[in-house]
Design a protein around this ligand. Sequence first.
Ligand code: 5AD
Ligand code: SF4
Length: 441
Amino acid sequence: MKDKHLYIETFGCQMNVHDSEQMAVLLSEMGYALTDNSQKADLILINGCSIREKAEQKAFSELGRLIRLKAKNPNLIVGFGGCLAQHWGRKVYSRVRDVDLVFGTHNIHRLPEMVAACQQERKKITRTDFSSKITSLNIFAPPPQGSISAFVSIMQGCDNYCAYCVVPYLRGPEMSRTPDDIIDEIKKLVQHGVKEVTLLGQNVNSYGRKLNRDCNFVLLIQRINEIDGLERIRFTTSHPKDLSDDLIDCFARVPKICEHIHMAVQSGSNRILKLMNRGYTAEDFLEKVEKLRHACPHISITSDIIVGFPGETQQNYQATIELMEKIRFDLLFSFKYSARAGTAAQKLKDNVPEDEKNQRLNFLQALQNRHTQEKHTALEGSVQEVLVEGLSKNSGQDMTGRARSWKIVNFKGGSELIGKMVNVEITCGYLHSLRGKIKED
Ligand code: 5AD
Ligand code: SF4
């Protein structure tokens, strides 16, 4: 019997979204039912992101807003978790005094014991130590009823130390789960009705490197491909320096792998890539893209770019624009550089003025919109295999799903199609989605 309510607010990447799903599962075993009404909650958790300053501010301002609910409900417990809590530790209390619980990225599995201690002893609990095991990742989170697609963390942490990035400090060193644990989890998900999994890791291409046995990402994918009832495999993120020819080849020969790769380029300037400690040049990246397109001509390629990295000149920025013109990404996530405490780049002067960063970002985003629109228009008349996920958010009457390319496709159809694979003929390519009609055989 669930007689208490849990409200979770999540910021940041898919990793954080997945961590929140695991928190909900653990706390449900303690009698907490999820609610989307913070006013009704007995326990509020904020799972914050620390990757850029803006993300950090957003999470703190939500914390400030939600903590006021304690005035009405003195028994309310408020916890602050994730990368952001890992980063701030006890200092969270000096920013927002009434927080009860601060827990880091390696302590999710200890939530029940921490919440119980908060309830019984009414004292503050802080846990931000790193563990040498990956206990948190082995929590099985049954997907919400009716889920078609699920995330599966295959590893945690990162050893790459890109100069701008705070992740290795907040999620610890790279550690991979064993293939057997991953396969077991996916089989359980399939029993719950899941048809598509997205394998998560900061750099899935280096999966298994430290497991000290005959194990790598390609072998893992091949085993996952054998799971009956699973129809699609996706993964994110791929670091370009570790994208092997073997993995590229999987796009051509492993049937369940979807034709989409997210591979962050970050910059098109070799000087900036070097300063970023990325381990490849713009030419290397282009070569990988060519190989991918050779192995799989329709592959959709998405990426991340940072503008205004310390010392980025107009010429360096132009090199990024030129690379974008050559590659023509399907979609791009672009960001203004944000200095992060403890990273190597923090020691460099953040010397691109804010106005200039804004201009660079705006121009780059407008260019990307043109590229995305071109790609989507070119798909008009094509037939796409769509895994139907549910009702479209924009119009309550349409069904929605994703093509193998990860593009959203909306079309008219009934709810009996949810969880099914349908062929949809694309009639119109918009910037953020495709529209089509079911193609009868
Ligand atoms: N400033 C701006 N963008 C960043 N990213 C990571 N760290 C920073 C930072 N300090 C971006 C990168 C990464 C994505 C998840 O976030 O592009 O690929
Ligand atoms: Fe950050 Fe680089 Fe690791 Fe990605 S690969 S999480 S950008 S350090």
